[in-house]
Design a protein around this ligand. Structure first.
Ligand code: NAD
Ligand code: ZN
Length: 374
């Protein structure tokens, strides 16, 4: 599903590693994970967006930190989820029209997941679709949003409800960009890496355990390895289930409880913090139901804690409200709250090919109780 071309390694002369190849229904695109690639974006743009005009879309924070000196116009918008709207999509699209960007042009999405989703959606719809280069600068955007081709904006009815499938022409990831990421955003991104190990690769989980200090110290080579392995694992799962028939649901591990925690905390928890707590509760649930091998929960909990992620709630949240939020999540029918549960570290419960199974409310409550310290 994803492969690195053979013959070159990260140790080769110029320090450039081979691109990972992400395959999707309409083709494939390369993901470069390369320290310093931000310093040679002009080459990457010429290679993957062609010779036409280029415009960079970036939030103000990232534009100031990492967009200085780029040889293209930079359209800026305020940082944060509040910019992921149809209004901002319209404003940016109009600015591209004013600049006269043509069909042979391209967009560079420089920033976190908000920028990737928003700029990707602008590219998906501008003149019925032009190519874009994704340059993710948060850990979450590097290891999650870089695979799957989903773009879009939020609406008052909920997040990500208007959008398009528009895979990038290429993704360029510079692990050095993470040096400026605030600590809370950095740690939040690590929750998805733990999820990747839990659902797909016990060896990766071992490595995360052994590498926790180097990860938290943001050692460049360690971060590059983490990003590469997580991208490979997500691409393998998505590529094996392009039609979203089943397997892809394993990527929802920790997310049934996680989405409810985000919602009920009124987004006081970041997505990654909520997913960490969700993984704590859902691995306990899996053991309680006899689905997961004993010890799965404790290893997951200990690794999340070692990576500086929350494993208990600082502010209690009522289980009734959490259960109600899970029952109204778009992926669940009422009274049938489904979970993607592990069978053990590195393997998921196939649950008759659906990769999710319902759980009785009493078992869910008992798992949620673990999030409230005695
Ligand atoms: N398309 C997908 O598959 C996918 C997957 C996961 C998440 N998402 C979306 O991504 C969004 C969340 O992503 P996010 O957490 O990256 O949010 P974000 O883009 O808002 O970035 C978080 C904050 O970090 C700042 N920032 C970004 N890079 C920085 C850097 N290198 N140094 C300093 N500051 C930096 C930003 O300005 C912002 O304030 C959500 O909207 C979510 O829906 C999409
Ligand atoms: Zn997630």
């Amino acid at each position: 599903v994803t492969e690195g071309r053979r013959g070159r390694t990260e140790a080769d002369g110029d320090g450039r590693a081979d691109a990972l190849i992400v395959r999707h229904a309409g083709g494939s695109y390369p993901v470069l994970v390369e320290a310093g690639v931000l310093g040679r974006l002009d080459e990457v743009v010429r290679e993957h967006l062609g010779a036409g005009a280029v415009v960079v879309l970036s939030d103000e924070t990232v534009a100031d930190l990492h967009g200085a000196g780029l040889p293209w116009p930079v359209l800026r918008f305020p940082p944060g989820e509040a910019s992921k709207t149809r209004e901002e999509w319209a404003r940016l699209s109009d600015r591209l029209l004013e600049l006269g960007l043509g069909r042979d042009g391209g967009v560079v999405a420089l920033g976190g997941g908000v920028t990737g989703d928003l700029a990707g959606f602008v590219a998906a719809t501008y003149l019925r679709g032009i190519p874009y280069l994704q340059v993710p600068t948060t850990l979450l955007a590097m290891i999650d949003a870089s695979v799957g081709g989903k773009t879009g904006v939020d609406t008052p009815h909920g997040k990500n409800l208007v959008g398009a499938f528009h895979p990038p022409a290429a993704v360029a990831i510079d692990p050095r960009a993470l040096a400026t990421l605030p600590e809370r955003d950095f740690r939040s991104g690590l929750a998805e890496a733990v999820k990747h190990g839990l659902v797909a690769d016990a060896g990766y989980l071992d490595w995360l355990e052994a590498s926790a200090p180097a990860i938290l110290a943001r050692e460049e080579a360690t971060l590059a390895r983490l990003i590469r392995r997580s991208v490979e694992l997500k691409a393998a799962v998505v590529g094996a289930d392009e039609r979203e028939r089943g397997l892809r649901a394993v990527l929802n591990a920790g997310h049934t409880v996680g989405h409810a925690l985000e919602h009920v905390s009124a987004y006081a928890l970041t997505h990654g913090e909520a997913v960490a707590l969700g993984l704590v509760a859902e691995t306990a649930l899996a053991e309680r139901l006899g689905v997961a091998e004993p010890g799965t929960h404790e290893r997951t909990r200990a690794l999340l804690a070692a990576l500086g992620l929350p494993v208990t709630l600082a502010q209690p949240l009522p289980s009734d409200a959490l259960l109600a939020a899970m029952a109204t999540d778009k992926k669940n029918r009422a009274a049938d709250i489904r979970f993607a549960l592990p069978a053990g570290v590195g393997r998921m419960d196939p649950a008759d090919g659906r990769y999710t199974r319902p759980a009785p409310p009493a078992a869910i409550r008992a798992a949620l109780d673990l999030l409230h310290p005695a």
